[in-house]
Design a protein around this ligand. Structure first.
Ligand code: AMP
Ligand code: ZN
Length: 493
């Protein structure tokens, strides 16, 4: 029997606003779609949180024995400034600023995104389709929506007719908004607007002469609207109805609401059975976002090369910090929280080391099978990683309570504890051991010597020497950071 048959996984479905028992449509196969990044700049730590949250989901579903087809797209065209229907394309704008081809921008930031995801030990999706690779399919979907009478063409652009759709459907059902409120909340259409109604959204835009990325279509030379690609790529690879669609909360409206409308209009079914939304990472209580500058880049975090941090942190520690919060809760980033996570991480890993070397004895009070059940129950409760971590710490206390290497467990239970601890720590939470070559006691001692020599050189006002020590270490991938409690170091990974 597969693990998923023994476990009652419950998922909070944003569409019904309830935790529901999860039934895969076609077990053991399972379709998961997650909205990927728009590759026009470096991903910030907030973006990473959403992708790491869904990596946890993917890992647990896989652990349960599902054969997951995990599709996460790359938005490489059609996403305009302010997520709106007017304005410059984010990628073209960047291409102009950096004096590069749009596809060079796409390549540069896609590679950067992949590197960062790898550092966080996030698995790649099984399919990573791009918007520009699916223009033909997007044109076909627009044709179907037009055929259904739910879109209209004006001057070479095509708009989705929200008011008409809403006559027999509920536009706003996902985000819990009423169409009347939405209408009263929007600005009056200005005279040049081609839309019949302010809520209508573009599914095809005629390209202005300055717009670089453009394709032939029956309506004009232009480009697809941003929301369309996800409808097209999710249903192309996962079928007209599929299991799970995820993304950050900020995408619920309008992006996901529009996806539902496009799916229903083009194929008669809404597509998604379970909608999951990850909550935001905040910095100083405000959502982390590139546009406001309230942001932190992963590399700044790994090296500590920012005023916002006292020192750098290993990516697996940052991942652990994120896992300590439920994906649906807001998480505030701070230096103190990272330091606490680092301590917790080392405690877990020390216990894992002990467990590997432990010897069996006879059973005492700790029941491994009950504890194991609690670990699964935590994850079955809408992927509740903080509760899982609390259970792992229960085991840590038990492991640390042993005097010497012998645990109060018989050989069979000791093996079950090892296996379960390993599965949850590495396979499900996706943590990694920081190897000796990435740190460790010996290196700490060597670095202490260098840090002291540098401090001495500074005290002697021999800045040529102190700078040389810092620069040569940096060239070797070791960053020094001077804080109020002295100098610390981090290794670039
Ligand atoms: P974008 O590249 O802007 O399309 O965003 C990529 C993903 O990052 C989306 O799923 C967003 O919801 C998510 N995202 C953006 N900002 C944050 C944040 N501060 N915390 C968590 N996720 C975020
Ligand atoms: Zn999307």
């Amino acid at each position: 029997m597969a693990l998923y048959q023994e476990n009652d996984l419950r998922i909070y479905n944003s569409l019904t606003r309830k935790k529901e028992s999860f039934e895969a449509l076609n077990a053991p196969h399972l379709g998961l779609y997650v909205c990927g990044p728009t590759v026009y700049n470096d991903v910030h730590l907030g973006n990473c949180r959403t992708f790491i949250s869904f990596d946890l989901v993917y890992r647990y579903l896989t652990h349960l024995g599902y054969k997951v087809r995990y599709v996460r797209n790359i938005t490489d065209a059609g996403h305009l400034e302010n997520d709106a229907d007017e304005g410059e394309d984010k990628i073209s704008q960047r291409a102009r600023l950096e004096k590069l081809e749009p596809m060079e921008i796409v390549q540069k930031y896609t590679l950067g995104f992949h590197q960062i995801m790898e550092k966080f030990n996030a698995h790649p999706p099984t399919i990573e389709p791009t918007a520009t690779g699916h223009i033909v399919e997007q044109i076909q979907m627009i044709e179907k929506i037009l055929e259904a009478g739910l879109a209209y063409e004006v001057n070479g652009s095509v708009y989705f007719d929200v008011a008409k759709y809403n006559q027999s459907n509920d536009y706003g059902k996902l985000s819990g908004r009423k169409i009347e409120e939405l209408i009263s909340g929007t600005r009056e259409l200005d005279a040049q607007s081609e839309k019949r109604n302010p809520l209508d959204f573009a599914i095809w835009k005629k390209a202005a002469p300055s717009h670089i990325q453009r394709w032939q279509s029956p309506w004009s030379e232009g480009f697809p609207g941003w929301h369309l690609e996800c409808s097209v790529m999710s249903t192309k690879y996962l079928g007209p109805t599929f299991d799970i669609h995820g993304g950050g909360m900020d995408l619920k409206f309008p992006h996901h609401e529009c996806e539902i409308a496009q799916n229903k209009a083009s194929q008669g079914s809404e597509g998604v059975r379970y909608w999951m939304h990850g909550n935001m990472l905040t910095l100083n209580g405000q959502r982390m976002s590139k546009s406001t500058g309230n942001t932190l880049l992963p590399l700044e975090l790994f090296t500590g090369n920012t005023e916002k941090l006292e020192k750098g942190f290993h990516p697996t520690v940052v991942r652990f910090f994120m896992m300590q919060a439920h994906y649906g809760s807001q998480l505030d980033f701070s230096n103190e929280a990272l330091l606490a996570a680092e301590k917790g991480y080392h405690k877990l890993m020390d216990a894992w080391q002990k467990l590997q070397n432990a010897q069996a004895g006879s059973n005492g009070e700790f029941s491994v099978s009950e504890w194991r059940q609690r670990c699964y129950a935590a994850m079955n409760d809408d992927f509740n990683s903080p509760v899982l971590i609390a259970h792992l710490f229960e085991a840590v206390r038990f492991i640390n309570s042993a005097e010497g290497a012998q645990l109060a467990l018989n050989a069979k239970d000791l093996e079950l504890l090892r296996q379960t601890f390993h599965d949850f720590l590495f396979d499900v939470l996706g943590l990694e051991e920081i190897s000796e070559s990435q740190g460790g006691e010996k290196l700490d001692q060597v670095m202490q010597v260098l840090i002291e020599l540098r401090a001495q050189a500074r005290a002697d006002r021999d800045f040529a020497l102190s700078d040389a020590i810092r620069d040569k270490l940096a060239a070797a991938g070791v960053a020094l950071k001077d804080g109020k409690d002295g100098t610390t170091y981090t290794l670039e990974n």
